[in-house]
Design a protein around this ligand. Structure first.
Ligand code: SAH
Ligand code: SF4
Ligand code: F3S
Length: 514
């Protein structure tokens, strides 16, 4: 961390005396540390060079801090947060803490939060309510809130006002400061708030404790510069900055050497990878082409924005091998007018043209998507366009959401004439269509042999193993425990709406495996 960042990361200590707290105007505490979401400021984001660091280490004075103590991290939100949790777990372990699976057992509890929709935030506030009693029983317990919600001033204010038992709040740009933040929390016994409004540099050598040894997440970039008008992410995750290809390639090689079978490349908008490099012309297609040559069976990525999905990338994906035939391509709406107000920067026609190109290059591709229904003032006709686009593309699965206004985003200021009742009815109709097409897609697998990466025993029945196909279909089947962690062939006997049932088979030379 450089000196400038150090200055920007001024810590704020709050007295724990509730009487005193009530009189405070909290905004004064954020002047140097925190800026609330401001589209104007965010758009003025500097193109200043991103600094890459390789010098993370746990300061001598913190070593052993966690000996005899246990940590618990509850993660909300997307894979990016899941992966941040792996990094924080790595830091905890480096400090000597042990992990625990139960909150009652923990000496430190972190809630790694998501701000994408209101219900995501409500869940966290609900959980804070539950944890309050635990904190009262165990005053030495440290309770922290981190992740995307912490990057919002309104959330931090609410915690300061109503949840004074919280010990630490820190944001998404400074998770590498966890040892200092914990130290401060132990020393002062006052609420420690450390949220950076300015996005951090890229720190390469943070420790990680990955969940499992079969599949791994690999960040390829951080932040988002797309500013879709409904979305909070560009504010909570900062500007787009790409990791250097050599660092990504080295990480993937190491994962392959350790026996991992599948990696998922992470970024809010992976197709923008490399746009920020000034010294080289190297984009997402180039990265995928390099990863294609590494001996790891499956490479996935999420999430790709249709706008930057270029022909070179399609060409590389069509080479197959470890490039799987599944693309998650969020469309959000089938109406060009709504897409325009959403700031997605493509039309219905452009999206359909992209799909046509992808299908031409990869005829057996499986497409999935994200859709928002009930965007402000969405008309019945515009919603019908989403329905017809869904069928036209033939998506196999979708994550569907009712629009949720996010404070500070442009859409949150729009007047909305659509009632919640109408929005719910639209969501229901869309979900019926999603189910119908998923069922149809799954039916086609009956009698086929698929390649499954076996992840473990099925949750409901230890006799049954489960894993995913290349196209991300969940398969349950009978097979020996020794298959866990392996790629095996499974013959599908029965399809359901979301899952496939089958039995493991020996490789049949003549059979086609999908
Ligand atoms: N970067 C990804 C999306 C990340 S957020 C992309 O652009 O595709 C995951 C999904 O949450 C989005 O695709 C969108 O469908 C949904 N989402 C984001 N903001 C939302 C909001 N304010 N209300 C409802 N859904 C939202
Ligand atoms: Fe949000 Fe995705 Fe749009 Fe970025 S590209 S603003 S993360 S919806
Ligand atoms: Fe949520 Fe932040 Fe991910 S808002 S979806 S956890 S980037």
């Amino acid at each position: 961390m450089n000196e400038k960042q150090r200055l920007e990361s001024q810590q704020i200590n709050q007295s724990n005396n509730p009487a005193q707290k009530k009189e405070k105007d909290y905004s004064q505490y954020f002047q140097t540390v925190y800026t609330p979401p401001s589209l104007k400021d965010a758009r003025r984001r500097g193109r200043e060079e991103v600094k890459y660091h390789n010098d993370f280490e746990i300061d001598e004075k913190f070593q052993g801090m966690g000996i005899g103590r246990k940590f618990y991290i509850r993660t909300y939100g997307c894979q990016m947060n899941e992966h941040d949790t792996e990094v924080m777990a790595g830091i905890f372990m480096g400090l000597g803490y042990e992990p625990t699976e139960t909150v009652e057992d923990a000496d430190v509890i972190l809630l790694n939060t998501c701000a994408i929709r209101e219900n995501a935030e409500n869940k966290v506030f609900g959980e804070l309510g539950h944890l309050k009693s635990l904190k009262l029983e165990k005053p030495d317990l440290l309770l922290g809130v981190c992740g995307c919600m912490s990057q919002q001033e309104s959330v931090v204010n609410r915690i300061l006002e109503k949840h004074q038992f919280v010990d630490m709040i820190f944001g998404t740009h400074n998770i590498h400061r966890l040892p200092d933040i914990l130290h401060e929390a132990y020393m002062s016994k006052e609420m420690v708030v450390e949220v950076w409004s300015k996005e951090g540099d890229v720190i390469e050598n943070l420790p990680k404790v990955r969940r499992g040894n079969i599949k791994a997440w690999v960040n390829i970039m951080y932040g988002c510069d797309k500013f879709c008008t409904y979305c909070i992410v560009p504010f909570t995750r900062g500007k787009e900055r790409s990791r250097l290809p050599e660092d990504i390639i080295q990480e993937v090689r190491q994962l392959a050497a350790h026996g991992y079978k599948e990696i998922t490349l992470l970024g809010q908008n992976v197709n923008a990878y490399g746009k920020d490099f000034e010294d080289r012309d190297y984009r997402f297609g180039d990265l995928m082409d390099d990863l294609r040559k590494i001996n790891i069976p499956r490479v996935r990525f999420t999430t790709s924005h249709p706008r930057d999905f270029d022909d070179h990338l399609i060409e590389v994906l069509a080479k197959k091998g470890n490039m799987v035939e599944h693309i998650h391509l969020p469309v959000q709406s089938g109406s060009s007018d709504i897409l325009k107000i959403m700031g997605r920067k493509y039309t219905r026609e452009q999206y359909l043209e992209l799909v046509r190109k992808i299908k031409a290059a990869i005829p057996d591709v499986s497409l999935s998507t994200d859709i928002i229904v009930g965007f402000p003032n969405e008309t019945d006709e515009q919603f019908e366009e989403t329905m017809s686009l869904y069928r036209e593309v033939g998506f196999e699965i979708a994550y569907t959401f009712i629009y949720s206004p996010r404070e500070g985003t442009p859409a949150a200021k729009m007047k909305d004439n659509v009632s919640m009742e109408v929005k719910k009815a639209r969501l229901q109709r869309l979900n019926d269509l999603v189910n119908e097409l998923s069922r149809e897609a799954m039916k086609k697998y009956e009698g086929q042999i698929v390649e499954v990466l076996v992840e473990g025993e099925s949750k409901n029945n230890p006799e049954i193993l489960s894993g995913y196909t290349r196209k991300s279909k969940l398969v349950n089947f009978k097979g020996p425990k020794s298959a866990i962690g392996q790629l095996v062939k499974v013959k599908i006997n029965e399809s359901k709406t979301w899952t496939l049932d089958g039995e493991m088979v020996e490789e049949l030379e003549s059979a086609e495996v999908i």
